[in-house]
Design a protein around this ligand. Structure first.
Ligand code: ZN
Ligand code: ZN
Length: 380
């Protein structure tokens, strides 16, 4: 060890000691949010609305009354839900006869103050493959979809200006190899403007092939719980889990604004620790979630001390793409939920401002692609 490396190592020891304390004081920003709440920031020009648009109750094959769905959504702090009973599958019909297929939606919507939660009327068109199951949401009257011909059911939904998406395309009961069986009929539905989105996430399922179909055919990327039991039990909420949600970027905070944004494909799906969406929506969401709250050189060194705050309940796994090495972290580091992380960067020269590119490994923009974001600031 020559004198120079010894000196740098000594400085490193001193500063890592200082920084352990600095990190400690920053790493537990008070969240002000219950851990189960879905918390993402708005992005420039748009509201970020959290939604779950695939939900069952006892009015088809679910196990709970519709008011429970409202209470779950309020606990999760969602902005909107859709009640989507199976049209053609009604196992509780003898116990709970309901000739009006809008009834579950009506009960749910009577439970809420419109300020608290938007409730949307929907139905699940429940057919064998092709085309399998599809949700039509923003319906006026679900009864109109009770017709024999499947394409006619889609047309009845379209006549009500519903937003229609392909459900669980990788469901093993309808796709034994787990690959969405994109058929001639699906292509016709897309061609005719009768299919606008696809579930890339349904329950625990994530389908990279469904994501590719969304990208190839310009379908809106969707993720839903498709809950039948309780959200808390199905998604281990007591253990930090959460339901899959679709984040929708709307010009207006309203049901109409939501519908417009869904037709325009402005979504990102959140499942476990994954964020899935087109680059044009995922990058602004991540950049809005992370803020550089401080940047300064450590005394007379060329080590830049960078504080990055994650204001969401989601962790971000970042891969360093800057070419600089770090003083405490390896090339991959995690920014924990609701916390501030200090990154020490060897910039070699003192910069007046910097741009640090990172690849976000738990973000997905295409089957094998992760988005790149830029952390930038001028030096304090
Ligand atoms: Zn289904
Ligand atoms: Zn379903």
């Amino acid at each position: 060890m020559n004198l120079r490396t010894f000196t740098l190592a000594a400085i490193g020891v001193i500063f890592s000691f200082i920084n352990v304390n600095a990190q400690h004081s920053h790493s537990h920003d008070h969240p002000h949010h219950h851990p189960r709440e879905v918390v993402f920031p708005d992005i420039p020009g748009y509201y970020t609305m959290s939604t779950d648009l695939h939900i069952h109750t006892v009015f088809s094959d679910g196990s709970v009354w519709p008011n429970i769905r409202v209470q779950e959504a309020l606990k999760d702090r969602l902005d909107a839900i859709a009640i989507t009973e199976h049209l053609e599958y009604q196992p509780h019909q003898e116990d709970i006869p309901h000739p009006d297929r809008n009834r579950a939606y009506e009960i749910a919507s009577q439970q809420v103050d419109k300020e608290e939660l938007i409730v949307i009327n929907g139905s699940e068109i429940t057919r064998s493959m092709p085309p399998g199951h599809a949700n039509a949401v923003f319906l006026q009257d679900a009864n109109a979809l009770l017709v024999d011909d499947v394409k006619e059911a889609f047309r009845k939904a379209q006549a009500q200006e519903a937003f229609i998406f392909w459900n669980h395309p990788s469901w093993l009961r309808q796709a034994s190899d787990g690959i969405p069986p994109l058929s001639e009929m699906h292509l016709e539905l897309i061609e005719e403007g009768l299919l606008h989105g696809i579930e890339v996430v349904n329950m625990q399922r994530y389908s990279s092939e469904a994501l590719q179909i969304a990208l190839d055919h310009d379908l809106t990327i969707m993720g839903t719980s498709d809950v039948h039991g309780l959200i808390d039990w199905d998604y281990n909420v007591h253990d930090g889990g959460h339901r899959p949600v679709t984040l929708v970027f709307t010009e207006e905070y309203s049901k109409e604004g939501l519908k417009e944004a869904l037709f325009e494909g402005r979504t990102v799906v959140w499942k476990d620790d994954l964020l899935i969406g087109k680059e044009s929506w995922l990058v602004p969401l991540i950049e809005a979630s992370l803020t550089v709250t401080g940047s300064a050189y450590m005394d007379d060194t060329t080590v830049l001390e960078l504080e990055v705050k994650n204001s969401t309940g989601q962790s971000f796994i970042l891969e360093n793409r800057s070419g600089y090495s770090f003083h405490h972290h390896a090339n991959v580091l995690t920014l924990n939920p609701y916390s501030t992380t200090t990154i020490l960067v060897h910039t070699l020269n003192r910069l007046n401002n910097f741009e640090l590119p990172f690849r976000v490994l738990n973000g997905v923009t295409a089957p094998d692609e992760h988005p790149e974001i830029m952390l930038e600031s001028t030096i304090d």
